[in-house]
Design a protein around this ligand. Sequence first.
Ligand code: HEC
Ligand code: HEC
Ligand code: HEC
Ligand code: HEC
Ligand code: HEC
Length: 432
Amino acid sequence: MAGLRRGGTWPAALALGLLAVAAALSYFYTEIRPTVIFGLRDDYAHAIPFQPVPAGLESIRAEDCGACHREIYDEWKTSVHADAYDDPFFQAYWEKDDRVWVCLNCHTPLANQQPTLIQSIPGNRVDKAVQVANPRYDAAYQREGVTCAACHVRDGVILGPFDDSAAPHPVKYDPAFRTTEVCHRCHSVVSGPLQFYRAGPCGTYAEYEGEFFMRERGFTCQHCHMPDVSRPAAANGPIRQGRRHLWRGGHDPDMVKRAVSIQVTTDPPAPVPGDTVEMTLKIINAGAGHTIPTGDPDRHFTVEFAVTDGEGRILREQRDTMGRWILWQPVILEVYDNRLRPLASRDYRFAYRIPEGRSDLAVDVRVRYHILTDGQHAMLRDSYGLQSDRPYRYTIYTRRFPLGAPADADAAPPVAKARTACAAPHTKATAG
Ligand code: HEC
Ligand code: HEC
Ligand code: HEC
Ligand code: HEC
Ligand code: HEC
């Protein structure tokens, strides 16, 4: 009898238990730990309000601004800002995040560019926002990503850095264009509930404040990301001191090379078979006003040493990573961050004993920059429709050091240096 009763109770208890766990998990993920990796702050919690076309213009499309601001348009068109929506990496990640609305507030920030409008955000929770269809949504305009008007058009007026323009459209001087304020909204992200980041996921701004380049040299983001230029700001206008609209960053190998200075030394300088050679690679953040890598948490550097023989076989390998490690579940916790702050440096060491009688060996030293991790890239490709063959990692430094070659007369210690900073005269630029 007891056995019978038990037979009836155990499965029921188990089912109840499982149900309770499911309910607790669901409560945790909907009420406590948000599914979105961003917290909300007043400014980017909302789209930039709908912008009507300023008097004197036919539209606010970038291409139409380009009729008079041709060079600026051509530059912008090649920039990551112009690609912020079509960008295949963005599209794949957005797919993974169920195309949640908040991403659009930075990637296509104007209400004119968004299919829905947010009516309210109960509890300041992204996943609880109440949305309605946007009757003025312009799908072609959405594809312009961070378009001219995102920064320049407000309430029928074009805002800019000058106070004396003679333009065919209303203009207003806005001092924010000469400060980092104009970048803050999108390049500074706050953490949400149960998220413990040191600096938010795209939080370049927070890494920059109070650092050398800003404090001692008065640099803004524009100094490095929008190089200055003298030219007419508009067709047939006077020559002005303006800025190129390029915004090069992690997608541009030359820009990344500018951030770092790399030096490799070997000890002894001319090793022979039987020696243990010790190599030191020093990497300095000589040219970025913020940590390197910055922004998106996937970004990282790898520092690689590989001993190869005459046939190209790899005998020994070492690979170190510089970036941040984040535990995504069950809460977001930044476990560790070994990125380099401005002007900081780090030594990576590698030791190898050259076998007797081998003079065909060499050490290949390589530093690579990764936009995505290999794992994330594979996941986006396999599960979220990433098709692009756009590179997601590239070599920024490589050099081969022969081991145990017969001693040369001019065997100076091999010292190699990558190009130095866009703006770092404090690092002596010696030719490598
Ligand atoms: C028909 C030509 C024309 C079109 C179209 C046009 N502009 Fe202009 N814009 C000008 C001229 C001319 C000036 C003044 C240049 C000067 O004084 O050096 C100007 C000035 C500016 C300035 C500087 C304002 C300041 O005072 O700091 C900005 C920014 C600007 N335009 C942005 C835009 C944007 C964005 C668009 C598209 C929405 C646009 N323009 C469309 C001709 C045009
Ligand atoms: C991400 C924000 C952003 C976007 C997008 C943007 N600009 Fe600018 N723009 C700036 C900033 C910042 C400056 C001020 C540069 C300076 O200090 O002179 C500027 C300056 C200008 C000027 C004044 C001349 C100059 O070179 O300083 C014009 C004209 C202008 N932008 C037009 C455009 C047009 C046209 C587009 C789209 C094709 C565009 N901008 C897109 C931020 C932006
Ligand atoms: C309206 C939002 C917005 C504003 C304002 C803005 N950005 Fe961006 N920025 C973005 C987004 C979104 C991306 C990433 C686009 C992508 O990769 O899909 C980006 C990318 C970049 C990148 C390139 C990163 C790479 O991966 O290569 C740089 C550099 C950059 N921004 C600098 C600036 C600077 C400097 C300013 C201020 C003058 C600024 N941005 C203002 C939204 C913005
Ligand atoms: C002293 C020059 C300098 C200053 C100042 C500077 N940057 Fe950078 N920035 C760089 C260099 C060089 C890189 C390339 C290295 C990299 O991508 O890690 C870079 C990379 C970036 C990237 C690309 C990150 C990615 O994910 O690929 C972004 C975004 C960015 N900067 C935004 C900003 C913003 C916003 C500011 C102002 C708060 C700023 N930068 C100030 C030099 C600078
Ligand atoms: C507060 C503004 C903001 C919001 C909200 C935002 N992003 Fe971004 N995103 C950026 C900026 C700025 C960058 C530029 C690079 C960086 O900081 O690394 C970027 C870069 C990216 C990149 C890297 C693109 C590349 O080519 O490497 C991806 C992917 C991305 N965002 C996806 C998303 C998704 C998905 C969401 C929504 C869940 C989202 N972003 C929400 C500002 C934002």
